[in-house]
Design a protein around this ligand. Structure first.
Ligand code: ZN
Length: 131
């Protein structure tokens, strides 16, 4: 496995800290790391609220990347409470497709870090509803 995945795992692990923020908000149960094409790693955690104000760790990390002036995703990894289940949800996949409609299929996704199972987003999302 490419050592960049270990760096991404370590970056996600560093922010992976489940905690309760208030009676209505928890966060950090899932942590994600996104590698941009420039080689920088951006992290994000999930934020869960009693309504729909929260965000997935992956999208939070992607927004962090966008906030910092980048827009090309190379790899995505997340640490979830369910080992071996590190795939992005439909909303996160959709965001990646919309950000990179011409090349999203090449984004690499770490589905299972322990077993080094890596797939391309094009395998998870072979056909896009707009394209
Ligand atoms: Zn998601």
């Amino acid at each position: 496995m490419d050592k960049i995945w270990k760096e991404m795992y370590d970056a996600a692990k560093a922010v992976h800290a489940p905690r309760q923020i208030s009676d209505y908000v928890t966060c950090g149960e899932v942590a994600a790391a996104v590698l941009s094409k420039s080689g920088r790693i951006y992290t994000g955690i999930c934020i869960d609220t009693c309504s729909t104000l929260g965000i997935c760790a992956e999208r939070n990390a992607i927004f962090n990347m966008l906030t910092n002036g980048e827009q090309e995703i190379d790899k995505v990894l997340c640490i979830s409470p369910n080992p071996g289940r590190g795939g992005p949800c439909g909303a996160c996949r959709e965001l990646m497709v919309q950000i990179m409609p011409e090349s999203y299929k090449d984004i690499e996704i770490m589905l299972d870090y322990k077993n080094e199972r890596i797939v391309k987003l094009g395998e998870l999302t072979p056909e896009w509803w707009i394209g």
